[in-house]
Design a protein around this ligand. Structure first.
Ligand code: FMN
Length: 158
């Protein structure tokens, strides 16, 4: 985090840190005046056994408590994926490889359909869930199956 302090001191603009997956690192980001966090396991490419970003999101968003934007990436492909991430505390969801796949298959004209398809799909889920705005998507829309099966189990995210 000395490195982060040096970046913060050298750069007057916004600083967003990508790859935060724990409460402790999120708290260090806040301490060093970071403007935003991207919860990411780098698409699972750095290690083969990292936990899913969506699990880390719950922990990080719980630590940040809305003080700075918390974005997330890694495996988000459908509107339901985006909806769940927003419900679990993400400010926004980033998409990586689908753009590359679209570009490889169809060239530059594919990138716009990729983003409009994700957005349209998310809007469809919002309608089905009865959420008329992004602000109305909250954690109650996601059932934590592990929690339901073991209600007394300790929870990393609270
Ligand atoms: C070919 C490739 C190269 C990447 N290189 C980097 C990198 O240099 N630094 C980084 O932080 N993430 C890197 N990533 C991870 C992406 O920035 C992003 O976190 C990830 O692709 C999101 O997951 P998704 O592709 O499942 O949507 C790379 C991903 C891919 C597919």
């Amino acid at each position: 985090m000395d490195y982060l302090a040096r970046i913060r001191a050298a750069w007057p603009g916004k600083v967003v840190v990508k790859g935060i997956v724990t409460r402790e690192d999120a708290e260090l980001c806040l301490k060093h005046g970071v403007d935003g966090i991207i919860v990411s396991n780098h698409g699972g490419r750095a290690e083969e056994s990292l936990r899913p970003s969506i699990d880390s999101l719950v922990e990080v968003a719980g630590a940040v408590k809305g003080r700075i934007p918390v974005l997330v990436d890694g495996g988000f492909r459908r509107g339901t994926d985006i909806f769940k991430a927003l419900a679990l505390g993400a400010t926004a969801v980033c998409v990586g490889r689908p753009y590359i796949w679209g570009l490889a298959a169809f060239g530059s004209r594919a990138s716009r359909p990729c983003s409009t398809s994700c957005a349209a799909n998310c809007q469809l889920v919002m309608r089905q869930a009865g959420t008329s705005s992004l602000a109305r998507i909250d954690p109650s829309y996601v059932v934590d199956r592990r929690r339901a099966e073991a209600p007394d189990a300790p929870r990393a995210s609270t």
